[in-house]
Ligand binder design. Structure first.
Ligand code: FE2
Length: 311
């Protein structure tokens, strides 16, 4: 069976997508080489105080809503030592725990570069930190989103393996020109995933855990759908880019997530998947294992732009 991974592939070099594969047109800055890595920035006291205030805000929201692996990860990495963490220090601890490291990049990197780093257990983190003016929301992931949101989960051995497998999956997705579908899987798991812990919903996605509104909304609000994760379904589903999600997909455990993806026959799946999404962000279909059908009140009232309450 052809699975998510390609066993014969050389993951030690950056893959080159063929011309027919759409990847975001990012211009490589002249000071970085092919891997897009650069030294970690130095931060001034304003930067450090933005980090500290963001950290404090999230810690008011997360207990009882973030999954236990994330909360333990924060502690294991001692991420509240004050100011933007030193990547070398957290990488030493991460390496000891799961063999991962955190490396600095100028901002978003091309898909193939992202896959290459993940496949080699390196998490690329944006160097810059948001300002007071963009405290609540920024379009491009900064060091707070990347390090606070993503890195604690990399202390969990099974999730750490999932992230590596996801990176390796990029090779086959490029071969079949299905990056859009693979991107939806990342979105609904790594960025906006929920997990059941002893029957309670908890968040593990970095997009949820690093922001002010979605922590509570994702696990408590009536508006969104909550559906048990099915890989085929998720990879056919559109998502909301700059507002709260209309649907969350829920896993039973990280082992469950890893096995559902790693053991899937991706070659067959990619052959059958259409180039575009089949399901709208609010869709509930017959085969869904539904936990809650949302009222969609928030998005029906116009969402973020209308000032609707995230209920
Ligand atoms: Fe992210």
């Amino acid at each position: 069976m052809e699975t998510l991974l390609e066993n014969e592939t050389d993951y030690a070099t950056i893959p080159t997508p063929s011309d027919s594969v759409f990847t975001a047109p990012l211009q490589r800055p002249s000071h970085v080489s092919e891997d897009w890595l650069e030294p970690q920035s130095s931060y001034d006291s304003d930067d450090d105080s933005v980090w500290n205030d963001l950290y404090a805000r999230q810690m008011n929201l997360l207990p009882g809503r973030a999954c236990s692996a994330f909360m333990q990860g924060l502690e294991k990495l001692n991420l509240d030592r004050g100011g933007v963490p030193d990547f070398k220090e957290i990488s030493e601890e991460l390496d000891r725990l799961t063999g991962w490291s955190v490396v600095a990049v100028p901002g978003l990197v091309p898909d193939q570069v992202f896959f290459y780093h993940l496949a080699n257990r390196r998490f690329p983190a944006g160097n810059f930190i948001r300002t007071r003016e963009t405290f609540d929301y920024i379009q491009e992931p900064d060091v707070f989103h990347d390090v606070f949101g993503h890195v604690p989960m990399l202390t969990d051995p099974v999730f750490a393996d999932y992230m590596e497998a996801y990176g390796k999956a990029g090779w086959r997705a490029m071969q079949y020109n299905r990056l859009k579908a693979l991107g939806a899987l990342y979105w609904y798991t790594v960025e906006f995933g929920l997990i059941l812990e002893e029957g309670d919903l908890r968040a593990y996605g970095a997009g949820i855990l690093s922001g002010p509104t979605e922590v509570q909304y994702s696990v408590e609000a009536k508006s969104p759908n909550r559906i048990m994760l099915d890989v085929d379904r998720v990879m056919r589903t559109d998502y909301v880019i700059s507002d709260l999600q209309n649907t969350y997909f829920v896993i039973e455990s990280f082992e469950d997530l890893f096995h559902r993806t790693e053991e899937r026959d991706f070659e067959r799946l990619y052959q059958r998947l259409p180039a575009n999404f089949t399901y709208a962000t609010t869709a509930v279909i017959d085969t869904d294992d539904v936990l809650q059908i949302g009222t969609q009140e928030y998005s029906l009232r116009g969402g973020l732009g209308s000032g609707a309450r995230p209920v």
